[in-house]
Write a protein that binds this ligand. Sequence first.
Ligand code: ADP
Length: 610
Amino acid sequence: MKKVSFFQSVHVKTVLIYMLLIIIAMQIIGVYFVRQLEATLKDNFKTSIIDKVNILSYYLEEQLTQEKPPEDGAASVEEGVRRLLLDYRSGDIAEVRVIDGKTLKIIGTSEPDNQIVVGQKTTDTRIRRTIATAQSDDQELVEPETGKRIWVLVSPVKSNGEVIGAVYVVSKIENVFGQMQDINRIFSTGTALALAITAILGIFLARAITRPITDMRRQALALAKGNFSRKVKIYGHDEIGQLAATFNTLTKKLQEAQATTESERRKLSSVLSSMTDGVIATDRRGRVILINEPALQMLDVSRETVLSTPLVSLLELEEEYTFDELLSEGESVLLNYSTATNPYILRANFSIIQKETGFVNGLITVLHDATEQEKIEMERREFVANVSHELRTPLTTMRSYIEALADGAWQDKEIAPNFLNVVQNETERMIRLVNDLLQLSKMDSKDYKLSKEWVDLVVFFNRIIDRFELTKEENINFERMLPEKAILVEIDPDKLTQVLDNIISNALKYSPAGGQITFKIKEKEDDVVVSISDQGMGIPKGKVSKIFTRFYRVDKARTRKLGGTGLGLAIAKEMVEAHDGQIWARSIEGKGTTIFFSLPYEKYEEDEWN
Ligand code: ADP
């Protein structure tokens, strides 16, 4: 976090505000107080001067109105005035002049250095006006030579209501301003002192406020880093103290919430990683934010490369879907990653992460390996199509023959038996097909059980070969290469009879005239292998492994003519596998085919009994 600059800090702000308050208060008090004081001091000064002038006027009246001898009258008046004025030569008064009311001549001055003005006629308009109007006159002036302020007062001297003269006083009012200046100085010093004390107090006050706040700030920073152990110190029970206490409670709650979230997260992540299904979560723009291990394996990608890539491109769905379309896709989507040799199909189910307000927060995709399921489904569909096809072929043939018979062919003695023969053959083939299907469906059902018994395989095999030898065409040779001793195996005789019937009838079917069919039994370590070889047309190389698939025929037209259903070897395979054995074929095209099957067998069992 950025550091608070010095001038923005609460410290400086508090101190500044306090100082401003003090300055404003001092200014207001100062202006009012100084004005008032100045007025009072001036009033006092003027009153004292006026009092002195009044006393002087009283004595002057006496001097100016006394009976004087005619020869030295003027001189004695001036002498009297001079003596009177001697007392006014000091203190606040700079000079006092006395003017005669009739002649307007100056008859005395208190200033010893200015005695030349005595006897001169005054030119001062203020004096003339006072004598004329009998009204006092005063004015504050600045002495041009010294620059000091003076107060000039002109007061009439009356006798019996008549103006007989005037007193002109120049007083040093500057003294009052000097006093004011001293007071102002004291006031300024006081203000400065108050400001300094306020600043110091302000710093302490600001610190008292900011210290818990700084503490809380540090705590908040620690919280952001996940450290919940700190606590804010509570300095008092004021608002800030309460805030600090609330902050501590908040920290505790946050810690609890964090712990809950963390445990939920751990639970979720362990659930996700222990799931066998793949899970992918995206944000609301469709970018991957979470993917579990199974999903990574299913899609064969690494976590680093897929995080924050768009989901549609991760699932290779860009061409069919946009992310918004996936959001509205309620059903699941099949993702086919199969190659020519490797089937691989995933089923993706989508569910939207939505707030209560309906705001879409993201999408959860669950991936499930559906390869097996889809393979089974495909096989089922193929099987149904095959069965329908296999049933339809004989039925259409039969219908055309029956139609022909109905149309009158039944009367033809040569054609009718032929046609009926075909219908009979097709019916039989259909019955065989349905029987084979029933057989397969019985084996597919879960509660299918073999009824096993111990049988000597050599005796058992010989008996079946004997049966075929009775019905075979004469030009086909049978060769038996069977062990002399008994081979004891635990089998279901009915089922194994059917296996051998199917294999041997195929060998007979595909054997050319004069061909030989060889029957063998070979003992191995853990099993016994039975094989039936013919010298027939053989099977092309790539198709050998497919002959055990239901309805598979190498040459469809040919085998159908031979009456095959395409299910014989498939049934044989199911039955051998039910005996925990294996079945396989080896064939050279044009030379012949050998069908092998193995059965579990314990070689030394017989010896032990002996
Ligand atoms: P089908 O009833 O048609 O004979 P099978 O399941 O018994 O059905 O055999 C499947 C296919 O395998 C046959 O259609 C045939 O093309 C081939 N086949 C089976 N056995 C032999 C064999 N001994 N020689 C040549 N081809 C064979």
